[in-house]
Design a protein around this ligand. Structure first.
Ligand code: 4AD
Ligand code: MG
Length: 502
């Protein structure tokens, strides 16, 4: 009897006859041999069927099987370094579970819009498979970190009666005739729970009506928010630093294969060590206006321009090659994909050439008091090889609940953590305003209705203590760790402005 197993387990079955159950990823034949690349959810395996091993009908049926047909293959396992996954199956039997035809995502080239519309199928492709496995480990790592460090999980509500993070990005919902909002954050609620349990966290989906289409914004994203009692800004930074460091270590330990498949430069992740860099907002403002920033931008611009020329040349060459007489179909398909990829990169590089001068100007004229923009964050992060905390922002550009600094009342005790390599802010957090009068004053200043926050103000009336916490966005973290330009591939079904299907 063959042993039923999975591709991930093949190393334990070398020399034995096993049955794999999965789907046909792709296939090619060369006369007497048929190469079936099978995926089973745990990996890929090349299964080699010799014409003489089965009946002519069975061989022909296997040869005609369409991509993504469901099948069981039985055969002897042999170790093969050159093969995907390191093993091969010498097939003795193929059982078709369902014969599929016309699978839309072929080895041919596809644009991103097509792929996003076919997200429910695109999942099965290797890169997407790898990304969601890394996401799984990040989510698992988040839960384990807080559970192992004495935090109590508090599930916070999705229906929120008032804004938690600024009124501009609220999604209103009809709640029995009364307008309520989808939660932008669980923070105010974990602050209440922190007073009961000391160290708590919430972890769930959050919603923001982001009206801009950027690489970093979703309208529905996952956020983990720890909150700790008797803590100041330094304590919150120390927690964020250790947490992010441990998360990266876990992914490096558990998902090396997936990161390699994604072509991630592992050395950049291995370089993440404690302590992270720490600068204040005012220092960041000085850096932005400095010659160092200008030099970096100028070098970027030159590089982008050179790459544009190189890509144009490359695309022209590949177009010519693809149009050549007598070209093999697989080769033409491969070229089509490469051309599409090169075109996408070309569009990005051309965009960079257009944008860099604007970013340079924004940085050079950066005025104290405004929030850091995406390009500002990128440049600050680029100048550091590890994640960098930017602290003490002007209070005017930050949320109402942040603690006013005792020495410089113009700023608050907050932190943003910028990921390296220009991935932007992955964490936002702060020490909280624990003084009732100061908090009330700020709520009024921001034009919010104190009555909506009565319960929250109670936390300052009864046993208020210094405390703080932060929120880490899962998708931005996945994008950074996987090295993805765009956040849309980091969540199973992305929700963005103009995208709600499937
Ligand atoms: O900086 P934010 O807005 O902070 C808060 O919501 C606080 N209440 C957290 C806290 O202190 N408990 O958001 C935190 C993080 C960001 O750094 C980013 O990683 C992510 O959430 N984030 C988004 N991710 C994807 N799409 C969006 N539209 C996001 N907005 C925020
Ligand atoms: Mg923020």
């Amino acid at each position: 009897m063959p042993i039923a197993t999975t591709i991930a387990e093949l190393a334990r079955h070398v020399g034995q006859t096993v049955t794999l159950s999965g789907w046909l990823y792709n296939s090619r034949s060369s006369g007497k041999l048929l190469f079936l690349v099978v995926r089973d959810g745990t990996g890929l395996c090349q299964c080699v069927l010799e014409k003489t091993a089965v009946s002519p009908e069975a061989f022909e049926a296997a040869r005609r099987l369409g991509q993504e047909s469901a099948l069981r293959v039985t055969g002897a396992v042999r170790a093969d370094e050159r093969s995907v996954g390191g093993h091969e199956l010498a097939v003795s039997e193929v059982e078709v579970v369902q014969s599929a035809a016309g699978y839309p995502i072929t080895p041919k080239a596809h644009g991103i819009d097509f792929l996003m519309k076919n997200r429910h199928l695109w999942f099965r492709s290797q890169r997407q498979w790898a990304i969601l496995r890394v996401r799984h480990t990040i989510v698992d790592g988040i839960r384990r970190y807080f559970n192992d460090h004495g935090f109590i999980l508090i599930d916070t509500p999705i229906f929120a009666p008032a804004a938690g993070e600024g009124a501009q990005t609220l999604f209103a919902v009809d709640y029995f005739g009364e307008p309520v909002y989808l939660a932008q954050t669980g923070q105010l609620y974990v602050e209440a729970a922190m007073m009961a349990h000391r160290k708590v966290y919430c972890f769930g989906p959050t919603f923001r009506a982001e009206k801009s289409k950027t690489r970093r914004h979703l309208t529905e994203f996952w956020m983990v928010e720890p909150e700790i009692a008797y803590a100041d800004l330094d304590d919150v930074c120390a927690l964020a630093e250790d947490f992010v460091y441990e998360l990266v270590q876990r992914v490096l330990r558990e998902r090396r294969m997936e990161l390699e498949l994604l072509g991630r430069d592992l050395a950049r992740l291995e370089a993440i060590q404690k302590p992270f860099h720490r600068i204040t907002y005012s220092q960041a403002a000085d850096i932005l206006r400095s010659g160092q920033t200008r030099t970096t931008f100028e070098a970027d611009l030159e590089r982008a321009k050179a790459r544009v020329e190189e890509l144009k040349r490359l695309i022209a060459e590949k177009e010519a090659e693809r149009g050549a007489a007598g070209i093999k179909e697989w080769k033409a398909d491969k070229l089509a994909q490469e051309i599409l990829d090169a075109r996408e990169e070309l569009a990005d590089q051309e965009e960079a050439v257009r944008n860099i001068p604007t970013h340079m100007e924004l940085a050079a004229n950066f005025e104290w008091g405004g929030d850091l923009g995406g390009s500002d964050e990128t440049i600050i992060a680029r100048l550091h090889d590890r994640p960098v905390f930017v602290t003490h922002y002007p209070r005017g550009c930050k949320a109402f609940y942040m603690k006013r600094n005792a020495d410089d009342p113009r700023v608050v005790n907050n932190l943003d953590l910028l990921a390296p390599e220009g991935y932007g802010e992955i964490i936002g957090g702060s020490q909280r305003e624990d003084d009732l009068d100061a908090l009330l004053e700020r709520i009024k200043e921001d034009g919010m209705n104190p009555a909506d926050y009565e319960w929250y103000l109670d936390l300052r009336r009864y046993g208020t203590v210094p405390h703080g916490g932060f929120g880490l966005g899962v998708e931005r973290t996945v994008a950074w760790i996987c090295g993805l330009k765009h956040i849309r591939e980091t969540i199973p079904f992305a929700r963005m402005m103009g995208r709600i299907y499937p």
